[in-house]
Design a protein around this ligand. Sequence first.
Ligand code: CA
Length: 231
Amino acid sequence: MSRILIIEDELPMRTALKDILESEGYRVRAAADGENGLSQAVDEKPDLILLDVMLPKLDGFALCAELRRLEIATPVLMLTAKGQVQDRVTGLDSGADDYLVKPFSTEELLARVRALLRRVSARRRAARLLALGDIRIDFVRMTARRGRRQIHLTAKEFACLRLLAEAAGEPVTRERFLDLVWGYDAFPTTRTVDNHIASLRAKLEPDAEAPRWIQTVHGVGYRLEAEGDHS
Ligand code: CA
C-alpha cells in the first residue's frame, strides 16, 4: 500500500486530490503549507509527494530543493497553475521528478502517480538484489550464492558491496566507505577499506588480480561495474 503526501494550500484542491487518491486505495496525508509539508515529508517518509508550487511559508521549489539537500530521494510530482516553461525548468532543477499543470484530469494524475511509484519499486528491487555474472547477492537476506553454492560474506563486506551497488557505477571514495560502513565506533584507516575490497574480490571475482566487477578508481576509491550498467 503506497503512501502519498499532498502538500497543497488550497482546500478544495487538497480535498479533491485526497478523495481521488484514497478511492484508488492509496494511504494519503496532507499538509497545507510548505513548512508543515517538509516536516511530514522528513518524518513520515512517504512513497510519493504531490507538491504545489505556490505555498505559504516555504514554496514548492525551495521545499523540493531542501528534501534533496537532506538526501531524501522520495519522488516529487509538482503541481502548478502556471504552465510556463520556466516553472517547469525551475521545478526539475530543484529536484522534482515530474510536473503536472493545473487543471489536469483525474486520469492524467493517476497515470503520473502510478508511473512514479513504479519507478520507486523498481529502484527498491534493484537496491535489494545484485547480479554479478552467475553470482546473486540479496542485501535484505544477506545471502550471496553462485548457483547453489553459498558464498560467505561478512556484514562489513555486504555493507561495502551495497554501497558500491547503490552508487550505480559512480566511484565511491574510501572516506565514504569509512563514514557509512564503519561510522564512528572504530578508528579504521583507508587501508581497512582496501583490505575489505581485496577480500570481496577474492570471494567474488573470477580473477581477483584482474577484477571484472569491483574496479579501482585511482586516487579516489572503487566503483562497481555491474551487469546491464552502461553508465
Ligand atoms: Ca497554491
